[in-house]
Design a protein around this ligand. Structure first.
Ligand code: SF4
Length: 354
């Protein structure tokens, strides 16, 4: 007999753990009423750890050149229509200098897997950012690298690393990636980052092709067991130059439901309301925060390259999504009862929200 939804909700909020089958049931039984009830609990849990603070990250998209060919990605190697660019160390430092007076105290360097960014180059760049702004955190989101490389960059001062696992189901992973990419290697990278001492982020797209509630349940179980410090999830949005161009976009409400569940699995997780949510819904960012998210990540990249970092169609990089308009973002977040704060915004450990 299937457990009742109310007993599942009670178990999740008390123990922060369900079986894969139970996660799957929680997803199968989704209704707006259940989502609302769970979101109220997620918001309460988050308030006890983070108050009403929302953390700010400045996203610097350093390169759209990538050696990989992920089937869902607009900057995949085989997309010949993509106008490629990479930023020099000087250009990246200029973005940091532009962001600091705007209140940014975490800089996220994100890019494709571009061999131009050697360990030497990145280590020098990270050291320079940290020496100019010792009160800031540096987050890297540069894909898979070797463990020695991860270690070098951590030694240079990098604090956090985001590497979406994309799916915790190996067969599903193979449907989203070319055979040259390996699910096991992705998971090994995540474990290696953790061992080295990074604050580690994983994540996945909601509504990616071939995803099901069974694969999503595996993602939730993986998150429960891996205990990431950060978790980036956003709706899948197709890009017109990829094999998934005709697949439908993911659902904003299911994304919000998953944000809520992830908050309840791991109360202290840093959970961004992603750009993809804001792209699909004019109030996507706010909906994400009201579902349990507590991080926003506006774009600090030079204005002339923002359109070129097109992971999916119509990706937002203007308005409240632009770092230069951070005041608009602050106002919008304030209007729903939260405060965007200027601090590193580290994960709070040993926080008791149970
Ligand atoms: S998802 Fe990341 S690794 Fe894959 S092609 Fe795009 S930029 Fe490269």
């Amino acid at each position: 007999m299937k457990p009742s939804i109310s007993s599942l909700i009670e178990k999740l909020t008390k123990t922060h753990s369900l079986s894969e089958d139970e996660y799957s049931t929680l997803l199968d039984e989704y209704t707006p009423e259940i989502a609302e009830e769970l979101a109220a609990q997620a918001v309460d849990v988050r308030r006890r750890i983070y108050g009403n603070e929302v953390y700010l990250r400045g996203l610097i998209e350093i390169s759209n050149i990538c050696r990989n060919d992920c089937l869902y990605c607009g900057i995949r190697r085989s997309n010949m229509n993509c106008a490629r660019y990479r930023l020099s160390s000087e250009e990246i430092l200029a973005c940091v200098e532009a962001g600091y007076p705007l209140g940014f105290r975490t800089f996220v360097l994100q890019g494709g897997e571009d061999s131009y960014y050697t360990d030497d180059l990145l280590a020098a760049l990270i050291a320079e950012i940290k020496s100019a702004h010792p009160d800031c955190a540096v987050t890297l989101s540069l894909g898979e690298r070797g463990s020695e490389s991860f270690r070098r960059l951590h030694d240079a001062g990098a604090d956090r690393y985001l590497l979406r696992h994309e799916t915790a189901d190996e067969a599903h992973y193979r449907m989203l990636h070319p055979s040259s990419m390996s699910f096991r290697h992705r998971m090994d990278c995540l474990r290696s980052l953790r061992e080295i001492g990074y604050q580690v982020g994983c994540g996945f797209m909601v509504g990616s092709p071939h995803q099901s509630n069974v694969t999503l349940a595996k993602d939730l179980k993986f998150i429960e067991q891996f205990k990431p410090d950060m978790c980036g999830i956003g709706p899948f949005i197709p890009h017109h130059d990829t094999p998934f161009r005709d697949d439908p976009a993911g659902s904003v409400s299911l994304t919000c439901y998953l944000l809520t569940i992830i908050r309840l699995i791991q109360p202290n997780v840093l959970l961004p309301a992603t750009t993809a949510l804001g792209t699909l819904h004019p109030e996507g960012r706010e909906l994400g925060i009201l579902a349990g998210a507590n991080v926003v990540m506006p774009n600090l990249s030079p204005a002339d390259v923002r359109k070129k970092y097109e992971l999916y169609d119509n990706k937002l990089s203007t308005g409240a999504e632009s770092a230069q308009q951070v005041d608009e973002l602050r106002q919008r977040i304030k209007a729903i009862g939260y405060t965007v704060v200027s601090c590193r915004g580290d994960v709070r450990r040993n926080a008791d929200a149970s």
